[in-house]
Design a protein. Structure first.
Ligand code: HEC
Ligand code: HEC
Length: 276
């Protein structure tokens, strides 16, 4: 399990272990419509088709359990019960695209042969697991809830302006001003760790004959690179036949994420939470 995924899972659990966090409603700026959050899904009227949940569990065990654990709490791949993707899903809108497209660059294959009803059952099963987790008072003893909430805002501030070098790219009176009011705590953590879900990388691909193409990366796995070039066309090539230069505006931010210790993250989060 990668550090980032683990971290996001811990955070989600931590906030939902605390009813005060789950139910607090932060003001949301007018520009940014409120997002679905775990609190919303726990308040949602609870209607379940238990037959679908049972079918979904069987399907999940055989198709997904190897990586995500038979009960979806994670194995060699992330815990899905505490996944923000799952907790914010509405009727499969977030889960289904992950199943159909996979995350080939991160180790999850695309499942192209599952039928719609099989996916619906898996979605029902995952929602059931989330519901059970939120509504049971059991908090796993092995995650650092206390540590997370005792992060020091002043240490976070010092890290932000000092060794974290965040201030090289961000300003708390500029782009990050009011960030804690813009996002719920869970979303803020998520945006700090995964700044953007949208692909921002661009690539210059040089063919054997010297011709160059430049554009936004839309596909990148072990074997192929795909871009949408300036002319608006989608192009893709086998990687071993072209030269590729990738430019990733978030690369520096991502690299930093790998260097944080847990304490840094908790402190930074405590600091960012003061930016209301
Ligand atoms: C070969 C291992 C593997 C299998 C099999 C697999 N996954 Fe995954 N899955 C992963 C990995 C690795 C990730 C994390 C990808 C990342 O870091 O973005 C992931 C991520 C996810 C996520 C997103 C979690 C998040 O919070 O970002 C969902 C949802 C998901 N998988 C559902 C499923 C379902 C449903 C199945 C079965 C149909 C399945 N996976 C089968 C490896 C697998
Ligand atoms: C080399 C530049 C760089 C550094 C250093 C950097 N970031 Fe970022 N960060 C970015 C970029 C680029 C984005 C994406 C902005 C966007 O998508 O609007 C981003 C996004 C974010 C976001 C989400 C903002 C939003 O509105 O969704 C947060 C929070 C954040 N960074 C926190 C930090 C913290 C904390 C540090 C220091 C530990 C840090 N960043 C270091 C470049 C950087």
């Amino acid at each position: 399990m990668s550090f980032r995924v683990l971290f996001v899972s811990l955070v989600t659990t931590a906030f939902c272990g605390l009813p005060a966090f789950c139910q607090s409603n932060k003001p949301v700026s007018a520009k940014q419509p409120p997002k679905h959050d775990v609190a919303a899904s726990s308040r949602k009227e609870h209607k379940e088709d238990l037959a679908a949940v049972a079918r979904g569990h069987e399907q999940f065990k055989s198709t997904c359990g190897f990586c995500h654990g038979d009960d979806a709490t994670g194995n060699r791949a992330p815990d899905l019960v505490r996944s923000p993707v799952v907790s914010r899903d509405e009727k499969g809108d977030r889960i289904e695209p992950v199943i159909r497209n996979g995350r080939p660059d991160k180790g999850m294959p695309a499942f192209t042969t599952l039928k719609q009803n099989q996916i619906d059952d898996i979605v029902a099963f995952l929602h059931h697991q989330v519901y059970e987790a939120i509504h049971s008072s059991h908090v796993p003893g092995d995650y650092p809830l206390a540590k997370l909430l005792t992060g020091s805002a002043s240490a976070g501030k010092a890290y932000f302006n000092g060794p974290g070098a965040c201030s090289g790219c961000h300003s708390v009176t500029g782009d990050l001003a009011g960030i804690a009011a813009k996002y719920s705590p869970i979303d803020l953590q998520q945006h700090m760790v995964y700044p953007s879900r949208e692909e921002q990388r661009t690539a210059i691909v040089t063919l054997a004959n010297g011709q160059k193409f430049e554009g936004k990366v839309v596909h990148n796995d072990e074997f192929r690179i795909g871009i949408v070039a300036r002319d608006g066309w989608h192009h893709s090539w086998p990687k071993d036949q072209v030269k590729i230069e990738i430019h990733d505006p978030l690369a520096a931010h991502r690299e930093l994420m790998e260097k944080y210790t847990d304490a840094d993250i908790h402190n930074l989060f405590a600091y960012l939470e003061t930016l209301k």
